[in-house]
Ligand binder design. Structure first.
Ligand SMILES: [Zn+2]
Length: 319
């Protein structure tokens, strides 16, 4: 599963030890993952060479840059740093001094991980997603939600503490749970099994995917699956079963993947959320194009997504 191939030891016992963090920060072999306005540094993308993540040397520093300790790869410390203070020209200069995982200097560019992620090596994609999510949270958690005072980084960037000494509220990164589900239907006459896919009005033309939605307060995951399917396409379901999960820090979700059995088949789409939804056979899905290609007709979702994982699983009969 993409974005779960992170081999970093998150080493949370080091996060509260400022002296140990400073020693790691100054290590000559430390690797810095820069994040510029939510974009990640990768080798220049072209059709012949898939992108790779690029890292900065440990002596790189940026004024007021938020540092986050990501963890250790073996003995090598990894940090993320927010370089959004740089202007376009400065960020272009920075993108020319990165090194790949082997330490080779490579020319790069800042790119949206949601665009280049599927082509990255799995470990690179996981580290960049982790860095992006934590930098996003730090840069969007400037003030205390209890008293309104400013907050400062704590625990190596994994917490933010209120500066009001009468408050001292410590906030931790939040992850929003979302359910995503492959709904199937087996006709009672023994006909071919079908799966239910829909498309959001905001998606590229022709892309169909599994339905999904956020878990609401006071709701368990199974109820969220049934509610979302009913709300979005008016289909009733049963036998909700957990399959797998995937971090999706764009900006801060985790996708919890399920399968469910439909007990009704009539589709009525909620036009605010679903432009179209249909039942498909496996044979029909085999004729679909891929997300991002320039083919006409229907397409499967992006290859780095749990939606695609659930669909591919069903295609080979595992679901
Ligand atoms: Zn406070």
């Amino acid at each position: 599963m993409f974005y779960t191939l992170d081999t970093l030891d998150r080493a949370d016992h080091i996060r509260k030890d400022e002296d140990a963090l400073e020693i790691l920060r100054q290590r000559s072999d430390a690797r810095i993952v820069p994040v510029w306005n939510n974009l990640s540094l990768v080798t220049k993308v072209d059709s012949k060479h898939p992108p790779q993540a690029l890292y900065l040397d440990s002596d790189y520093s940026v004024p007021n840059g938020q540092h986050v300790f990501l963890g250790l790869d073996g003995d090598i410390p990894f940090f993320a740093v927010d370089v959004s203070v740089l202007n376009d020209e400065e960020s272009a200069t920075l993108s020319s001094v990165g090194k790949d995982r082997s330490g080779t200097a490579r020319s790069g560019e800042f790119a949206d991980l949601r665009q280049v992620g599927p082509a990255l090596p799995g470990q690179d994609g996981s580290v960049l997603a982790y860095a992006r999510g934590l930098i996003f949270w730090n840069s969007n958690t400037g003030f205390c939600t209890r008293c309104g005072y400013s907050k400062v980084s704590s625990n190596g960037g994994h917490a933010r503490k209120c500066t009001n000494t009468e408050c001292n509220y410590l906030a931790f990164p939040r992850t929003d749970p979302a359910v995503i589900m492959l709904v199937t239907y087996s006709p009672p006459d023994g006909g071919e099994q079908l799966c239910l896919l829909g498309r959001s009005p905001a998606w590229p033309e022709g892309v169909f995917s599994t339905l999904a939605g956020f878990v609401e307060s006071g709701e368990n995951l199974e109820a969220a699956v049934q509610r979302e399917v009913l709300e979005e396409v008016s289909v009733h379901t049963k036998d909700v079963r957990y399959v797998a999960s995937q971090p999706w820090p764009f900006p801060r979700s985790i996708m919890l993947g399920f399968e469910a059995i439909a007990t009704t088949t009539d589709i009525r789409c909620d036009p605010d959320e679903i432009a179209d939804a249909q039942w498909f056979t496996r044979e029909q899905l085999k004729g679909f194009g891929n997300w991002g290609d320039d083919s006409e007709g229907n397409k499967l979702p992006r290859p780095d997504s749990i939606a695609r994982f659930l669909i591919d699983r069903w295609m080979v009969g595992a679901a």
